[in-house]
Design a protein around this ligand. Structure first.
Ligand SMILES: *[C@@H]1O[C@H](CO)[C@@H](O)[C@H](O)[C@H]1NC(C)=O
Ligand SMILES: *[C@@H]1O[C@H](CO)[C@@H](O)[C@H](O)[C@H]1NC(C)=O
Ligand SMILES: *[C@@H]1O[C@H](CO)[C@@H](O)[C@H](O)[C@H]1NC(C)=O
Ligand SMILES: *[C@@H]1O[C@H](CO)[C@@H](O)[C@H](O)[C@H]1NC(C)=O
Ligand SMILES: *[C@@H]1O[C@H](CO)[C@@H](O)[C@H](O)[C@H]1NC(C)=O
Ligand SMILES: *[C@@H]1O[C@H](CO)[C@@H](O)[C@H](O)[C@H]1NC(C)=O
Length: 439
């Protein structure tokens, strides 16, 4: 290239890369130094960083030594209450001591190891980013020179939705995914998903254990578009309520369906919906300046069968939770009541488990349980009408199948690859057959 051409080329590059982040708005934080001394969720050690907008603060935190996550924490030390993690950048990909979190002048937000290896980034270099901010609702944003959001943390939730945050069919985010355990910060077994016909909870991506019942979606041309966590204003200001407000297409009337999460007893849009480690959905609200008691749990989807008194949707029995009774167990009215075996139902304990059959059809048989359903039965259609024999054959031919469930009144069949929690329904039309090795 001649000099004149290279000059033109450089000018061209400048005109497409637009503005730079002003030096005063760039930053680089290093994961080093003293730990904070206050209590937060999962009992980690943590290092607070400068970005803070009441009551949200970015921190590095770890639950196992030298494995840090960049997380957004909600709550302040003044509350004297457990602070909660409501967003994180790098679940499943921890960084080490001396990792860096930086916004360079090109506008890319980067989490990197001290070696420079990038672990997480927003991919926003040369997109006219002029600065980073934590907004008062907990959304973290990179703004361009026109004030638009080039990136926002609300588009990449892990297990938590804050008020104002949306799940959507087109473009996502499509789902929340639970955390595996308190100490193990990787994706867990549960997901909360928006689909065209329902909001649904899944165990291991395919076993549905709950879904919304929105009758309006029964029509063929009607679909869910998005779901936003919001605080709805009621006519009487003291009765404002929170809900997961859905938007569906092709519905003329003004009322869109929603999951009602209950009346707010005080003035706070600082609240969140969490898909828990146990697969339950809970809604918490934050009260500033209530020392020692900053959090209130307003809604639990799977609860002890009590009818709601605060305007929330009624809870579902805890027996619907796949892991309520561990590896295998019979559940009734939220309690683990039995351990089914080929020789009868014994008292439940944590050790209650199935004996895994081999693949060879002549090496296993089935034992029957009456008045019992699997956690997938209530919210999935199964197959049918079909005969009990067909149902059995389907399970027998499938090595992974551990049992089948059959409703004689409607001749429907469900085969399952995981047993986990079975629910006693006290209905002799609901039958369960569990595979078991012959000796
Ligand atoms: C982190 O960096 C500091 C300063 O460069 C260095 O003294 C320290 O040893 C580093 N820590 C680790 C664990 O690498
Ligand atoms: C939800 O979908 C409706 C219909 O497409 C749209 O008007 C609305 O802006 C969407 N809400 C959010 C928060 O994306
Ligand atoms: C509710 O909270 C908002 C934001 O904190 C505040 O602006 C408003 O005045 C409060 N209203 C009442 C009735 O306390
Ligand atoms: C209800 O909402 C209105 C309007 O946003 C607000 O002024 C009022 O403080 C809220 N009341 C409560 C109890 O949250
Ligand atoms: C299946 O089990 C039967 C009886 O135990 C045995 O006779 C047969 O050889 C086995 N078949 C295979 C393919 O292993
Ligand atoms: C048993 O099943 C029948 C047919 O579906 C239903 O009408 C009845 O309500 C069920 N009884 C119980 C106790 O669930």
């Amino acid at each position: 290239m001649s000099n004149a051409y290279s000059l033109l080329f450089i000018l061209f590059c400048f005109s497409v890369s637009n503005a730079l982040v002003p030096p005063a708005d760039t930053f680089r934080y290093v994961n080093e130094g003293d730990f904070g001394e206050f209590e937060s969720e999962y009992a980690p050690t943590y290092r607070p960083l400068n970005p803070f907008t009441f009551p949200f603060q970015l921190c590095f935190y770890n639950t196992t030594p030298n494995a840090y996550y960049l997380g957004l924490r909600m709550g302040t030390r003044r509350d004297g209450s457990l602070m909660r993690w409501v967003w994180e950048a790098n679940r499943g990909s921890p960084v080490r001591e001396n990792a860096t979190f930086s916004l360079g002048s090109d506008g890319n937000l980067i989490l990197a190891e001290s070696t420079g290896q990038i672990v997480w980034q927003t991919n926003t270099a040369n997109k006219d980013v002029v600065g980073f901010a934590i907004l008062s609702d907990g959304n973290m944003v990179l703004r361009d020179s026109k004030g638009n959001f080039v990136w926002q943390s609300f588009d990449s939730p892990t297990d938590t939705l804050l008020v104002g945050q949306t799940l959507r069919i087109n473009g996502g985010p499509l789902k929340l995914v639970s955390r595996d355990s308190i100490t193990n910060n990787v994706n867990g077994a549960y997901s909360f998903v928006i689909e065209p016909k329902r909001l649904a909870l899944y165990y291991k991506n395919s076993m549905r254990y709950w879904s919304s019942t929105f009758p309006k979606l029964n029509r063929a041309n009607v679909n869910l578009v998005n779901a936003t966590l919001r605080v709805a204003e009621s006519e009487y200001e003291e009765n404002n309520f929170s809900e997961l407000q859905c938007y569906i297409t092709n519905v003329q009337d003004f009322e869109q369906p929603s999951l009602r999460l209950g009346t707010l007893r005080y003035n706070s849009s600082l609240s969140y919906l969490r898909l828990g480690i146990d697969g339950n959905l809970r809604f918490y609200t934050y009260r500033a300046n209530v020392r020692g008691n900053a959090w209130a749990l307003l809604f639990t989807l799977f609860d002890r069968g009590v009818r709601s008194s605060n305007g929330a949707d009624d809870p579902v029995d805890e027996c619907q939770l796949p892991n309520r009774c561990g590896k295998f167990g019979l559940c009734e009215e939220s309690q683990c009541v039995g351990c089914p075996t080929p020789n009868g139902v014994f008292a439940w304990s944590k050790d209650c488990d199935v004996k895994l059959p081999s693949c060879n059809a002549s090496s296993f048989t089935y034992y029957e349980l009456k008045g019992v359903d699997h956690f997938t039965v209530k919210y999935t259609p199964g197959t049918g009408r079909t005969s009990l024999d067909n149902c059995k054959n389907k399970c027998t031919k499938d090595c992974k199948c551990l049992g089948y469930f059959y409703h004689t009144d409607i001749a429907r069949c469900w085969t399952v690859n995981e047993l986990k929690t079975l629910t006693r329904v006290g209905n002799s039309t609901n039958l369960a057959y569990i595979k078991t090795p012959i000796n």
